[in-house]
Write a new protein. Structure first.
Length: 99
């Protein structure tokens, strides 16, 4: 009996789809998703700031919620900065290429 290894993430019966959008539409979709991600990071930061301010003023009963919000905002910002760094690095690499 022969066992064939198969990637579970790829359906072998499915034919590759051709992109139904052109490059300009794909770029627009990317920018929309990127803007949404930036807005989410900003919202996490604002929520953290508000909860921290409320904690200082004594309006928060559960300090754990404040700390969780602060860690979420910190993690999201660190991820955003890492992605930005990788994008800049990729851009510089592309600029160094000779065509």
């Amino acid at each position: 009996m022969r066992v064939v290894e198969r990637n579970p993430w790829v359906d072998i019966n499915k034919k590759p789809e051709k992109p139904s959008t052109n490059a300009k539409e794909q770029w627009g979709m990317f920018l929309d998703k990127f803007q949404t991600a930036i807005d989410e990071v900003d919202a996490l930061g604002k929520t953290s700031e508000k909860l921290t301010q409320d904690a200082v003023l004594g309006r928060v009963d559960n300090l754990h919620d404040v700390m969780i919000a602060a860690e979420k905002a910190k993690t999201a910002m660190n991820l955003t900065l890492e992605v930005r760094g990788k994008v800049i690095e990729a851009y510089k690499e592309i600029m160094r290429m000779n065509f």
